[in-house]
Design a binder for this molecule. Structure first.
Ligand code: NAP
Length: 331
């Protein structure tokens, strides 16, 4: 299953709203096939792993997959993997965890078992769920996984006053931001940030640009002249609407105005604070708006830090808002 997760991660940045999925086929203790879901709309991992194996070799083999194979539903684009596994006379299937998508949600497991295939669920399930945490949150709640990314000075400022363009983080942190963008389907900024920084908000790493299946994240600008909300308190409704449009994860690269709205309204799953050894002097930082949000801010379920060049990146993740990750809290 470790090999499956390694394979699945190769799809990171290319699968859009789909989960990262890997698959290996084992017979007589030998790996006879492997594959992964490489891009949105592309073949599923099971198909990639199985397609090059002779039918006779597949019989009585064991298939390992991090996610429950898909089943069919009316508007689905690709053929159901559960049927493929049934037709190929696989003996045993080992799955890390069930796919909570309402159309699947255990149905494939049941169908495979009812047809005499041994199905074992739960191997490395926490690691697998962690890897697909944005997909799992979106499927369970209909709301995209929200990552807040901001760079701040040692004196806690995100920008100087009067408003001017000021690069706070170093080049190593900017490479991290490129990877964060690649794994997000949309990037959110505010009108001031657009006017002052004119950020491209694109992914420019060669690995992504040279892959014809890579899709740049959507650019969403919250501004009275672009995406206008009746009030910032409508942020939650707007996010739900993005989820309904098929956006499973967003990266917020706005200034303090919107960062504190996401934080104060408890509309985030993860924060990445890039702290740079600089003092900005007069400027603005994030100010939480109420007691409730201070409570939330101190209640990350997981946090870690990393040194990137001269910067320190503090990552905090909430698991409680993600019903599919509850079990991680018990580890
Ligand atoms: N350190 C960092 O990580 C970081 C990141 C991003 C930006 N920055 C800096 O932060 C500064 C800008 O930050 P900021 O907090 O002032 O601005 P912001 O993140 O751009 O958000 C404020 C903007 O939101 C828009 N807005 C307000 N109410 C709205 C509503 N109801 N519906 C839709 N849009 C609404 C307004 O845009 P309009 O005025 O267009 O209507 C307003 O200018 C810049 O100096 C930038 O360089 C720093």
């Amino acid at each position: 299953m470790k090999q499956v997760l390694r394979l699945a991660s190769l799809g990171r940045g290319f699968t859009g709203a789909n989960p990262l999925v890997g698959c290996v086929v084992i017979k007589n203790d030998t790996l006879i096939g492997s594959g992964y879901h490489a891009y949105f709309g592309g073949a599923h991992a099971e198909v990639m792993a199985i397609s090059k194996i002779k039918e006779s070799d597949l019989a009585d083999s064991t298939v390992y997959c991090n996610l429950e194979p898909c089943t069919s539903w009316p508007e689905k684009k690709t053929p159901p993997c559960a049927e493929l596994l049934l037709n190929k006379k696989i003996k045993r299937i080992v799955i890390a965890h069930q796919d909570p998508r309402p159309q699947i949600n255990g149905r494939s497991i049941e169908r495979l078992r009812n047809n005499g295939i041994q199905v074992d669920v739960g191997l490395l399930s926490s690691q697998a769920a962690w890897m697909n945490r944005s997909y799992l949150k979106w499927i369970a709640t209909g709301i995209p996984y929200v990552r807040l990314k901001f760079a701040q000075s040692l004196d806690g400022k995100l920008h100087p006053t009067p408003l001017t363009r000021k690069q706070i983080s170093g080049p190593e942190s900017q490479t991290l931001v490129q990877h964060l963008r690649a794994r997000s389907q949309a990037i959110i900024i505010g009108g001031n940030t657009e006017r002052i920084d004119s950020p491209k908000l694109t992914v420019r790493l060669e690995k992504f640009l040279t892959n014809p299946h890579f899709v740049q994240p959507k650019r969403l600008v919250l501004s009275n002249s672009k995406i206008k909300l009746q009030s910032p308190t409508e942020l939650g409704v707007w996010l739900k609407n993005l989820g309904e449009q098929g956006i499973s994860s967003v990266l917020v690269e706005a200034g303090p105005f919107w960062q504190q709205e996401f934080l104060s309204q408890n509309l985030f799953d993860e924060t990445l604070a890039i702290i740079s050894p600089k003092f900005l002097g007069p400027g603005l930082g994030i100010v939480l708006k109420n007691e409730h949000s201070e409570g939330n801010f101190s209640s990350f379920d997981y946090h870690t830090w990393k040194r990137l060049g001269a910067d320190i990146v503090l990552q905090g993740i909430k698991l409680k808002g993600n019903p599919c990750l509850q079990e991680l809290l018990n580890i």
